[in-house]
Design a protein around this ligand. Structure first.
Ligand code: SF4
Length: 371
């Protein structure tokens, strides 16, 4: 049963086809509509001339094409662009485009805040006020593309790595990534659309049933003891269970595909030689590449960026152990767009935002924990 008005940016191709079939029309009408929406970027249903007239009228009366509204846009001196977007609930979420060597990677948000509360993440401190809709997520790609089009560019890669845990908003994340991959819409390769998760194991196990996008794991620690502190969902789904679910998904993707391991380096916490050694051992039988992300500080985080030498030593250790290991350069720091710094404005329905503010006031003189 379709509710009115229906935001068509929230439907993937199979859902659009079903919508037409329910009205006695052929499925290919859904593909025609998609091309109008994403290739022609037309918003006026009456001008979609290859659709039957009665269907155009029905679309006009029952459907809308709505995007999150742009509240602010900030451009970093390194070219990174951050948007602050208002969604229907009135909350603000953030998205970032990172231009790099001909690629334009869009980091999209999937939730308003996050429930998982990783100890080093600024988003987690904002609490939570619900999921974004598929249209909110697809809308982020449309907004980024319309900005990039001013310079004849477009989004080349999407990572669901902004605010929120995409696998806690599973159906919306899958629908939105379907639209991203669809040749009738954005036409991005399955290798260029990445779901990044802190480790929601039951959802990882379901992925192969519905998608073939790339998978990144926010690992950040080589042992359960440490990961329990940094990424609390680890208490529920420990590392061994998580990596087994990942192995199975990567097997399903095929021999040419690799898991991405995201590892944020924090000074004195997880950036020492012993940690690099443990990580190399841990990943020995996982087909993966490793992204090292030096921590981007924010007020009251309690963590610090590692020393440069420790970052280099960690990377060298991983490379010598045989891993393709990238060091992610910090981008957009001057506009608070760097990894882990996205906050938006969340009408928190938990008490986490308040607790964090109280803690911040209490620890003001000793913000940074350095070993
Ligand atoms: S790191 Fe990701 S999963 Fe963890 S709190 Fe931040 S947004 Fe949520």
């Amino acid at each position: 049963m379709i509710q009115s008005p229906l935001n068509l940016y929230g439907l993937d191709r199979s859902q659009l086809e079903a919508m037409f079939q329910e009205r006695g029309l052929q499925a290919f009408r859904g593909r025609q509509l998609m091309k109008w929406l994403y290739h022609q970027e037309l918003k006026d249903f009456s001008a979609m001339t290859d659709l039957p007239l009665n269907m155009r009228q029905w679309l006009t009366e029952n459907c809308v094409l709505e995007l999150p509204s742009v509240v602010e846009r900030h451009i970093s001196k390194d070219g990174t662009v951050k948007w602050i977007l208002k969604v229907a609930q009135g909350d603000l979420v953030e998205m970032v485009v990172i231009p790099d060597k001909g690629r334009n990677t869009l980091c999209v948000s999937s939730q308003i805040g996050c429930t998982l509360d990783c100890s080093f993440c600024s988003t987690g401190k904002q609490g939570f006020n619900g999921n974004l809709t598929p249209a909110d997520i697809v809308g982020q790609v449309l907004i980024a593309n319309s900005y990039l089009a001013e310079n004849d560019k477009s989004v080349t890669n999407v990572v669901l790595m902004g605010m929120g845990e995409p696998l806690m908003n599973f159906d919306a994340a899958i629908t939105a990534t379907n639209v991203m991959k669809d040749d009738h819409a954005f036409g991005l390769s399955k290798r260029r659309v990445t779901i990044s998760t802190a480790g929601v194991v039951p959802a990882i196990r379901k992925l192969h049933e519905v998608t073939d996008v790339a998978l990144a794991i926010s690992l950040h620690a080589p042992t359960d003891d440490l990961r329990n502190e940094l990424v609390p969902i680890n208490r529920k789904y420990p590392i061994a269970e998580l990596l087994q679910a990942c192995r199975e998904y990567i097997e399903f993707l095929g021999p040419a595909r690799k898991l991405v391991i995201e590892y944020t380096l924090m000074r004195g916490i997880n950036d020492q030689a012993e940690h690099a050694h443990q990580l190399a051992e841990l990943l020995r039988d996982v087909r993966c590449k490793v992204n090292l992300i030096p921590f981007n500080p924010f007020p009251g985080s309690g963590y610090a960026r590692p020393k440069s030498q420790d970052i280099r030593d960690f990377q060298t250790h991983m490379m010598r152990a045989g891993y393709v290991t990238m060091l992610r350069t910090t981008r957009g720091e001057d506009i608070n767009a760097a990894c882990g710094q996205l906050v938006g404005q969340v009408n928190d329905r938990t008490s986490r935002q308040r607790r964090y503010k109280n803690k911040l006031e209490a620890v003001q003189p000793q913000l940074i924990k350095v070993r």
